[in-house]
Design a protein around this ligand. Structure first.
Ligand code: ATP
Ligand code: MG
Length: 328
């Protein structure tokens, strides 16, 4: 089976719909046909100021959400990044292969650092650690949202650079990005992506929010001038975003939705979307609650995942160390 790998940061109390539609939904679908490795990127979560207690809690909440959304630890290797020490070790090797100018071109760093009081060097080098996260597992595909495309390009470059300096070791991985859901936008700022850490609460639909709150956020989403419900990302980014979300949570295409809302207004669309979201999140929230009732069981699942992940990671790292010239 071809291998896939991806990760998500435990940087909030809840994932948002962008995380699910852009990434996690594909993770769930791929676990049947692929050898799947998915991790909680807790090392990345400390690139911005963090509270240790909160990180521990959010790591468990994140694991619970992935399980509730359909990841099955029997078919999938699910683990916490910090429990596989090879990530940090390969990360260092990759840092030494990356040019300073090359790292400076990462647009996500520019966006995120603008919002931080203290900008850590870790935030700057995080895409390089991410390259190591990926290459350790030698995956064929990396299912992510559009915002990660540039980081995947860097990963491919580093893989090729390592190969050409030290001999063929890595197969550059391909991004797996689904066009329709690659980028879900902030409800209040339809030009920016919905983000756990960068969006204001009113702009994000959180999976673990009370559905009444989500319905309210959807009702007050920024819409566009005019009254017709049409998909036109250029001129009507707000309405188009709502249509993308609606379509991807139901079996109706955007074209069908346009026809269904012909003659109706934004208000009807928003009200119905609130219900669609409620139907989706209600069972997820219930399941998350029951997973969180037993944190010891969650930790056990993650330990078992880390053990499997370490086997693959250790094999890759020892090849890398050997090629780099470290003593055995
Ligand atoms: P943070 O603000 O802490 O970076 P985030 O919301 O960007 O949080 P990540 O943990 O960085 O979430 O990313 C997890 C996955 O979700 C990645 O594959 C990313 O591409 C995807 N993703 C994040 N935001 C969106 C979005 N708005 N639309 C589609 N996919 C998204
Ligand atoms: Mg992010």
């Amino acid at each position: 089976k071809p291998r896939v790998l991806s990760g998500i940061q435990p940087t909030a109390d809840s994932f948002h719909l962008g995380n699910y539609l852009g990434a996690v939904r594909q993770w769930v679908a791929l676990q049947d046909t692929h050898d799947a490795f998915y991790f909680l990127a807790d090392l990345h979560a400390i690139t911005v100021e963090h509270d240790p207690k909160l990180l521990r809690k959010r790591t468990r909440v994140s694991a619970a959400q992935l399980l509730a959304l359909g990841l099955d630890p029997a078919r999938t290797t699910l683990f916490a990044q910090s429990q596989v020490h090879q990530h940090a070790e390969l990360g260092w090797v990759m840092q030494c292969l990356t040019g300073f100018g090359e790292a400076s071109r990462m647009t996500q760093f520019k966006d995120k650092s603008a919002k931080q009081a203290l900008v850590s060097v870790g935030l700057f080098t995080y895409p390089i650690l991410q390259a190591a996260d990926i290459l350790l597992y030698r995956p064929q595909y990396v299912p992510v949202g559009e915002d990660q495309r540039q980081h995947l390009e860097l990963t491919r470059d580093l893989a090729q650079r390592f190969n050409s300096r030290f001999g063929k070791t890595f197969q550059p991985p391909e991004p797996y990005i689904l066009k329709d859901t690659a980028k879900i936008y902030d409800l209040q700022e339809p030009g920016a992506k919905m983000s756990k850490s960068a969006s204001s609460p009113s702009g994000i639909i959180e999976l673990l929010d009370d559905p009444k709150i989500s319905a309210k956020k959807i009702r007050s989403a920024v819409t566009d001038t005019g009254r017709e419900v049409v998909y036109d990302p250029e001129n009507k980014p707000g309405v188009s975003n709502l249509l993308s979300i609606y379509s991807s949570l139901t079996d109706r295409t955007v074209e069908q939705l346009q026809a269904d809302y012909d003659g109706k207004g934004y208000g009807d669309l928003k009200k119905d979307l609130g219900e669609v979201v409620a139907d989706f999140v209600t069972p997820v929230r219930d399941q998350v609650k029951s997973y969180l009732d037993d944190p010891a069981e969650l930790d056990k699942i993650l330990h078992a995942g880390a053990e499997r992940a370490r086997e693959v990671a250790a094999a890759t790292l020892s090849r890398v160390y050997e090629k780099a010239g470290f003593l055995a």
